[in-house]
Design a protein around this ligand. Sequence first.
Ligand code: GLC
Length: 507
Amino acid sequence: MISDPITTSDLSPANAPFVPRLMLATDLDGTFLAGSPAHRQQLYRLVDRHPEIRLTFVTGRGLEAVMPLLSDPSLPRPDYVICDVGGTVVDGRTLQPIQPLQTRIDRRWPGEHAVATEMAGFRGLVRQDVPQERRCSYFCEPDALADVRADIEATAKRLGCSVLYSADRYLDILPPDTDKGRTLAALAEHLELPRERVLVAGDTLNDLSMYTSGFQGVCVGESEPALVTATDQLSNVFHAQAPGCGGILEAIAHFDLLDADDPHLRGTGEPTTGQSDLVMVYHRLPYEEYIEDGERKRRRPTSPNGIIPSLLGFFGGGQTGSWVAWSVDDPKLGTFETRTPVDPEAYPDLTVARVPLSKTEVDAFYKRFSKEAFWPMLHTFWERARFSEDDWAIYLRVNRKFAEATAAEAAPGATVWLHDYNLWMVPAYLRELRPDVRIAFFHHTYFPSADVFNVVPWRREILGSLLQCDYIGFHIPRQVENFVDVVRGAMPTEVLEREGCAPRFLT
Ligand code: GLC
């Protein structure tokens, strides 16, 4: 979730003795990343917006495999990340190790080479092909394990390492006395965080150590049966019905961790929806506004813009639609009309939803930022691009306004069609407000190669936002390749399908 840069809080113990009311320490796959879309949205909002909640990811993934989640705008950013099944502990913002905790773990680890060499002799162990540090992780079928378990444990013991088997397939060799629970306990102590302020959440046996380290916790619905059995008798563990985020929400109520009337707890309920099946979101109005004698007037667009007539062509066939665009909100011109018809004769079912922007916002968002930062970069004149954090903050604010106006126009399940780089961050906000809509995005400009695009300081946020779309369109295959290349450089990517196109577009 994209917090305003100004409101981002800092929880490093050195400069903030702040003790949160609740630290949610949660596993990711099957837990925090699981559950119904409505539950996920409700929990993510709660964690993101509640000033007294802090978040720690506690996962079996390696740090590299957690990183894509940190730029996923639909997820709250964690304050701490414990990864590698407890082998790694870092600050969620800087990704720097938390010392002295990390050094203590490092000292205990005999090293990848020593462990992998000793384990190489066991049949049935297949090394996992995922990033891993301070651990060696394997796949192992339960049947194959039965034969070698005792020997593996004896070997690990010789190395001074711990063995963890979970979900009937993962075998982790970990540094001695290291697991999710013990690393979390060390972190809580380091932060002087009382254990009763922590809620742990998980779904497989590699989470067991969190419940046995003295934290109250929840096994979310659909947990691995072996975890449910192992925690059955523990009075500090709640077994939730709903899977994933729904289970965590149940646990917050069960343990009374927030006041029942806490306004942040209220579900988002049904989002407010509009009537339009097709919402066109282009920053320009489909007509031109000008001021004459202190009054707002309209005329046909004078600039040679081919996009407007093309997009207008989608309306007029009885399709109820909206067009979202900005307009200057100048108090001197009287009340600002938000919704107005475009042309009752030519497009009887098309309404314009005007997003009110102040003159300062127009100057920063449109005249300065879009034209001086993104436009030169997109056209590969990256050395002329000027990036300013202050303008980016305004760009985010304006994109949020567009998302809010769009959310209010779209009928349930509507198609929202966004246009151009001025609105790159709209999908991130819109997906959060309206998980039900189909989002398409079309680029009317060139999309450059990765080495050019990567000069943008906020490239990860932009990619995270664009990946909330159901469709992303470009002019020609070359630009699609460029985009895919950029994505590939930022996160693990798999190409599932390729489509052909007319040969004339290839060269
Ligand atoms: C996660 C990790 C995997 C590990 C497993 C169990 O799935 O990606 O490497 O073996 O957790 O801890």
